[in-house]
Design a protein around this ligand. Structure first.
Ligand SMILES: Cc1cc2nc3c(=O)[nH]c(=O)nc-3n(C[C@H](O)[C@H](O)[C@H](O)COP(=O)(O)OP(=O)(O)OC[C@H]3O[C@@H](n4cnc5c(N)ncnc54)[C@H](O)[C@@H]3O)c2cc1C
Length: 539
């Protein structure tokens, strides 16, 4: 540590998806010095890089272990909220599903929230810039970007049956969920390259790691931002139980995710005075929106036993076929280990008023592999889940105390509105409908509803949703971009009222995108890099 410089042009707090992109892009100019600080470890563990490793990563050492506050509209349950704590952040432990949401999401950011310059055309520029798609090209896709995107190497027979079942139900086959429309059923593309996970750490940071102007600190916990006369001048970081100060000559960029970023702001005295007072933190700058506007996708799962084919559960424990599968992966980069587990995808509507699909489904040819999925039975099976992509429910996130190592108080406030419940119930109904189609029904031996629930009428569906809804790991919105009292950052991602300070990650989304959240976060960080460096893209 002692030989490390203590002053940098830019300090990026949080080395997850956005932080990796920012550090790589900002350090492209050799005259600019960049410090990236990540609380977790390096992303060197093999499980991170083998696609099926996702099955083991939603619990364990590479996530923060957050648990929600009791959920008022979900039977007062405290729900586990896995979030990445490792270089690459969520991108190092996620399911690698590659989706971007609907164009309308970003036009809405611009029109409804005043996020000027963040409409769909601008976001498309950064989606394309970031992407290296192995199959698709043209107006919706990029080739040669840092983020590898691939087709599933060998979709599981159960996934194929499920995709056929959806077509039997009347949905169109969709070969590109990031093309003209999300509507339909098909196979997800994944953020993998050569059958290995391609997180932002792998795609962006790895090629940049040897640059002399880029310093990366892992296992460094950003305690607070140093602020003098309403200007950010650096950060305090806990490293090996010691507090170390780093100075920024130009800016501090907070990229610690939807829970980490508002936490760092609040610990620095930036936030709603009521929240800061409750945590005994002195108010440096009042900004009421910090930690408000929390949005997440509330996921519901159903597990099914199947007969003819063995699902991926076959490989859950070390046995002969696991060793065989390991050899197949090492030699040919194929087989069960090359699967991300989340193979099949579907977007549909819960009602006929929506302009774009508002329900998203994931099909896994495995039974309940994610932590927090209730109802997995011994034996082999498949899992189907659904969530409403544009929930109305809004939650909060605030620090519990001035102790930077204490977990924050997170209240996603799941299922707080009638619309959210109605849509989720309709999603559950559609899950059962698709599983009843001939292509799938021929394989299914039993439906295993968590808690041995019986879904017979609307109320039983509602009770099921309230009893078993869980996170889909997509928290956003807690440092919302826009104009107005609750906005935290302006459309240049500058924190209102403080010089030399930006937030650039999933927390700045004013409204959640209509799908998984990694690709939009990468695009946000790409655009942030241009904004910081004053580069004007040709759009
Ligand atoms: C289990 C899981 C599955 C998911 N599946 C998918 C999927 O299939 N497809 C998809 O598109 N999206 C998925 N997501 C969501 C996606 O990964 C996230 O939206 C994305 O990673 C958010 O990026 P971010 O940079 O905002 O935050 P993160 O990637 O979470 O990065 C924040 C980083 O900051 C670090 N940090 C926090 N506080 C501090 C501090 N005080 N000091 C230093 N460092 C700190 C964290 O450790 C973390 O590494 C999933 C997420 C998870 C957790």
């Amino acid at each position: 540590m002692s030989t490390q410089p203590k002053s940098f042009d830019y300090i990026v707090a949080g080395g997850g998806t956005a932080g990796s992109v920012l550090a790589a892009r900002l350090s492209e100019d050799p005259s600019i010095s960049v410090l990236l600080i990540e609380a977790g470890k390096n992303d060197s563990h093999p499980l991170i890089h083998i696609p099926i490793g996702f099955a083991k990563l939603t619990a364990g050492p590479f996530q923060w272990g957050f648990v929600s506050q009791p959920q008022k509209h979900a039977k007062d349950r405290r729900i586990p909220l896995a979030q990445g704590r490792v270089l690459g952040g969520g991108g190092s432990i996620n399911a690698q599903v590659f989706t971007r949401g609907a164009r309308e999401d970003y036009d809405n950011w611009e029109k409804k929230f005043g996020a000027k310059g963040w409409g769909s055309d601008q976001m498309m520029h950064y989606f394309i810039k970031s992407e290296d798609n192995e199959r698709l090209s043209g107006k919706y896709h990029g080739n040669g970007g840092p983020l590898g995107v691939s087709d599933l190497v060998n979709p599981h027979p159960m996934t194929k049956a499920w995709v056929q079942a959806g077509q039997q139900m009347g949905l169109p086959y969709n070969s590109d969920f990031n093309g003209e429309s999300q509507y339909g059923i098909g196979y997800y593309q994944t953020t993998t390259r050569g059958s290995r996970r391609c997180s932002a750490s792998v795609g962006y940071l790895k090629p940049a790691r040897n640059r002399p102007n880029l310093t990366i600190i892992t296992q460094g916990h950003v305690k607070k931002i140093l602020i003098e006369n309403k200007r950010a001048t650096g950060v305090e970081v806990i490293i090996n139980k010691r507090v170390v100060t780093f100075n920024s000559q130009r800016e501090v960029i907070v990229a610690a995710g939807a829970y980490g970023s508002p936490k760092i702001l609040q610990l620095s005295g930036i936030g709603d005075p009521a929240d800061l007072k409750a945590a005994r933190v002195e108010v440096v700058h009042s900004l009421v929106g910090v930690g408000k506007n929390l949005q997440d996708h509330c996921d519901l799962d159903i597990i099914y036993s199947i007969k003819d084919y063995l699902s991926l559960d076959k490989y859950a424990k070390p046995r002969f076929h696991t060793i065989k599968a390991g050899a197949e992966y090492v030699v040919f980069r194929k087989g069960p280990l090359a699967s991300t587990a989340v193979e099949g995808g579907m977007f549909s509507y819960s009602n006929d008023k929506e302009k774009t699909p508002n329900l998203q489904f994931h099909f896994l040819p495995a039974a309940g592999i994610e932590a927090g999925v209730v109802g997995a039975k011994p034996g082999y099976g498949v899992t189907l889940n659904v969530y409403l992509v544009r929930p109305e429910s809004r939650g909060t996130m605030r620090i519990a105390s001035s102790n930077p190592l204490e977990a924050p108080l997170i209240d996603p406030n799941y299922l707080a509105t009638d619309y959210d419940l109605e849509a989720t119930v309709e999603g559950l109904r559609q899950m059962r409908e698709i599983m009843g189609q001939p292509a799938m029904a021929q394989h299914v031996t039993a439906e295993h509803l968590a808690g041995n629930a019986e879904l017979t009428n609307k109320d039983s569906y509602i009770q099921f949703a309230r009893s078993f809804g869980r996170t889909s790991y997509h928290p956003v919105g807690t440092c919302a971009m826009g104009v107005g009292d609750e906005a935290v950052v302006d459309p240049n991602l500058k924190v209102y009222g403080i010089e030399g300070l930006r937030v650039a990650d999933s927390s700045i989304m004013p409204a959640i995108n209509s799908s998984n959240t990694q690709a939009p976060t990468v695009a946000i960080a790409e655009k942030a890099s241009d904004l910081i460096l004053g580069r004007k893209p040709n759009i």
